[in-house]
Design a protein around this ligand. Structure first.
Ligand code: NAG
Ligand code: NAG
Length: 774
């Protein structure tokens, strides 16, 4: 009867329309939680909490987007059903392990992104079979080990990016097999050592990024083996000196050595790099720079900005050299007063004078003595070294680690930069224990059973930046213990026996930025503990026995950025003390016994606080206004493992990226409606579960119906569905642009800072676009 109403032709066209649409959707396989585009052959399954690679993805798919799932482990042959893939996106999937041969069938893949996962080890065959791969991103994981041969099958790779991982060391031939690699990115790791052949076999590499690591010396030998590199970035490494012919790279044109701790550079430092045109040594501590020696390349640009360049007669040769060679100088004079702030490029050589004949002679004399090679540079490359120690000429490292010394050895080369004495039995450190080693930057005295550090123990160590006294038996420090350390920046006193804060010793170390006192037994923080250390940025007090914080404790802490107080005995949030630390960004109170957080507890940190840890505290209640003031600044909030039945309204926290509410006995009833509405609004994947009423125990707050009946809850969807999209037929959508995660500002003291109680377990990552939070 129906057909009688419709003209036959219309019926046919209707039918063919149906045939066009429906069969395409029905016959092509599309996993339930995904969106499939049959024209572009893409499958998108973003933020679906998938625990496996969906097995029903259509074989002809070329782009598979699995960002934001919960895959944990990629098994062998994980993609064997989709051999035509060219693009595979696996960011934010909690991947811990990539098994051997996980990608074995993907011989056509050109782009693989594994960023923001938890991968620790790159196994020998992790990337087997990726014979067409051009770009591989493994940024922001936890890679600390690259097994030999891990990249041996990636003969077509152009770009390998391993930034923001935990690499400390690159062994010989780590990247063997990358026969077409152009750019290798290793920025933001903790690299402090590169084997001589670390980059062996990379004959096509033109660009190498090693910035933001812990390299203390220019790795001359290693770099010399990179014949094609034109750009090398080593900025933000703690190097103090660039030695003779340190940079020997035939094709290098751009070299970045900015933001380091350079105090001097040899005038032949770049003489073996004939192609160099751009040298950036900005933001170091250089006062004088000599013109590069004859035979050095003629630079086009020399960036000296941010150095305390002293524009007197000693700078004149550089200025004249720059004029002769048309080298553009960037930067300004740091002194004397009448030239201070003047552009180097604008200063005429005759203006570069030393005040008087006498001053000039004196300065010349000083300069001359400074340039005399130290007498210890002995003939046949032998380096001075005390008995029962090992000293390396090339790296300027000296070590007597764990050799049973009972007295601090003497007689190290005056060029020593790193002195490692850990694991001996010194018991005490007498005055003036380190004569003749004024160049040491890093001194290790961990595990030496030290009970006392005498006044002036380190005097003369003018370049010392890192001092490690961790894991000793110190109970106190005298006021002059750190006398004569004008540059001390990182001080490690964790795991000692301090029962009170070693107040008063910081008067002499105004340069201190990070102070570690974890795992002592300090019981209270008294007024003015930081007197003298007014520039302190990070204070680590996790694992003490602090039950009292004086309101005046942090009086001098206006620059404090990181305060870790986890694992102490606090009963209340020390709000009043915090009011003196108005620039605090990272506050950790985990593991105290703070049962109740009252109104405005963090108000003084409004505008600065980004990370707040309140987990594992047995907390029973947070007042509705407890988070008042913490608006869009807050990025992470950890509240897991408490006794909360309710949580305050989170709506003002519009920029939250991580929140953890797991392991709280939430009461799923109307008072929790604001949380339920908030979850809906931000579309967060929240693991908050109900504990009460009993019939709802274990259900996700997001999935229970009770809230709909509450006043104000009418707008909630009537049937909370697990996967709203599964009801509809798959629709054709273009793949969305790559989700750009808000890069959180990296901690300046990354490698030095020990983390507090592990907050990673069961964190809930924000998985939606920022726009949806507005
Ligand atoms: C995600 O999957 C895991 C494992 O299947 C499950 O325990 C968890 O409850 C899921 N979370 C959400 C928000 O669906
Ligand atoms: C403090 O002690 C705990 C427990 O032994 C340990 O896990 C942590 O790494 C220690 N932290 C430091 C900085 O020593």
């Amino acid at each position: 009867m129906y057909s009688q109403l419709c003209p036959a032709s219309l019926w046919v066209s209707l039918l063919s329309l149906l045939l066009l649409c429906i069969p395409a959707a029905q016959t092509a396989k599309c996993p339930q939680q995904c969106v499939c585009d049959q024209i572009q052959l893409t499958v998108t399954c973003i933020n679906k909490n998938l625990t496996h690679v969906p097995p029903t993805v259509d074989e002809i798919t070329v782009k598979l987007d699995l960002r934001g799932n919960n895959i944990q482990e990629l098994p062998t042959g994980a993609f064997k059903h989709t051999p035509y893939l060219t693009h595979l996106l696996l960011q934010r999937c909690n991947i811990r392990r990539v098994k051997e041969g996980a990608f074995r069938s993907l011989g056509r893949l050109v782009f693989l992104n594994l960023a923001n996962n938890n991968i620790e080890i790159l196994y020998q065959e992790s990337f087997d079979g990726l014979s067409s791969l051009k770009q591989l991103m493994i940024d922001r994981n936890r890679v600390e080990e690259i097994q030999p041969g891990a990249f041996s099958q990636l003969g077509f790779l152009n770009l390998l990016s391993l930034t923001h991982n935990r690499l400390v060391y690159i062994p010989n031939m780590a990247f063997q097999g990358l026969q077409n690699i152009k750019w290798l990115r290793l920025s933001h790791n903790s690299l402090n050592y590169l084997d001589t052949e670390a980059f062996g076999g990379l004959f096509t590499l033109t660009r190498l990024s090693l910035d933001h690591n812990e390299l203390q010396f220019f790795p001359t030998e290693t770099m010399t083996r990179l014949p094609e590199v034109t750009r090398l970035d080593l900025s933000h490494n703690p190097m103090t000196y660039l030695g003779e012919e340190a940079v020997s790279m035939a094709k290098l044109t751009h070299l970045f050595l900015d933001h380091m701790s350079l105090q001097d550079l040899a005038n032949t430092a770049i003489s073996k790099s004939p192609s160099l045109t751009h040298l950036d040594i900005s933001h170091n501590q250089l006062r004088v720079v000599q013109p590069f020696s004859e035979g050095s390349p003629m630079l086009a640009r020399l960036n000296l900005a941010g150095n305390p360049i002293y524009c007197n007669c000693y700078l004149r040769p550089l200025r004249e050299w720059a004029i002769r060679g048309k080298v553009k100088l960037l930067g300004t004079c740091g002194g004397p007063a009448h030239l201070s702030g003047e552009n180097l490029q604008a200063v005429h050589p005759p203006e570069l004078r030393c005040q008087s004949q006498e001053a000039m002679l004196k300065a010349e004399f000083e300069e001359a003595t400074r340039n005399i090679p130290p007498p210890t540079e002995e003939p046949e490359n032998k380096v001075k070294c005390p008995a029962n120690c090992v000293c390396e000429l090339e790296t300027h490292h000296s070590s007597c680690e764990g050799r049973g010394h009972t007295k601090i050895p003497r007689g190290f080369s005056p060029n020593t930069r790193l002195l490692d004495l850990r694991g001996n039995q010194f018991h005490y450190v007498p005055s003036n224990s380190f004569p003749g080693v004024a160049q040491v930057v890093s001194l290790h005295l961990q595990r030496c059973k030290i009970v006392e550090v005498e006044d002036g123990a380190f005097s003369g160590m003018k370049q010392l930046i890192y001092l490690y006294l961790s894991d000793n038996d110190l109970t106190s420090l005298s006021a002059d213990a750190f006398k004569g350390l004008p540059q001390l920046t990182y001080l490690h006193l964790e795991k000692n026996r301090f029962t009170s804060f070693p107040k008063g010793v910081f008067k002499l170390v105004p340069t201190l930025l990070a102070l570690h006192l974890e795992n002592n037994t300090i019981t209270k923080l008294e007024p003015g503990i930081l007197t003298g250390a007014e520039g302190l940025r990070s204070l680590y007090l996790t694992g003490n026995a602090i039950d009292q914080v004086s309101p005046r404790a942090l009086d001098q802490a206006s620059d404090l950025d990181t305060l870790h107080l986890g694992g102490n005995k606090l009963k209340v949030v020390p709000t009043e003390a915090l009011s003196m630390a108005g620039n605090l960004r990272d506050l950790r109170l985990s593991g105290n016994s703070i049962r109740w957080v009252g109104p405005n507890a963090f108000q003084p940190l409004q505008g600065s606080l980004q990370e707040l840890y309140l987990n594992n505290m047995g907390m029973e209640k947070m007042s509705q206004n407890s988070l008042a003031g913490l608006g869009p600044g807050l990025r992470s909030l950890f509240l897991e493992s408490n006794q909360l039945e309710e949580v305050p309204d989170l709506h003002p926290l519009t920029s939250l990226e991580v929140i953890n509410l797991a392991d709280n006995p939430l009461m799923c009833d109307c008072p929790l409606l604001p949380l339920r509405l908030w979850i809906e609004k931000v579309n967060l994947k929240v693991r908050a579960t109900c504990a009460n009423p009993p019939e709802l125990r274990g259900r996700r707050v997001k999935d229970v119906h009770v809230f709909k009946a509450c006043p104000g809850g009418e707008s909630l969807p009537s049937t909370p569905t697990v996967t709203p999209k599964s009801a509809k037929a798959p629709k054709a959508t273009k793949p969305k642009p790559t989700h750009l995660k808000n890069l959180r500002k990296l901690k300046v003291f990354k490698a030095k800072s020990k983390r507090g109680p592990n907050p990673k377990r069961a964190t809930v990552k924000k998985t939606t676009k920022r726009g949806s939070m507005a």
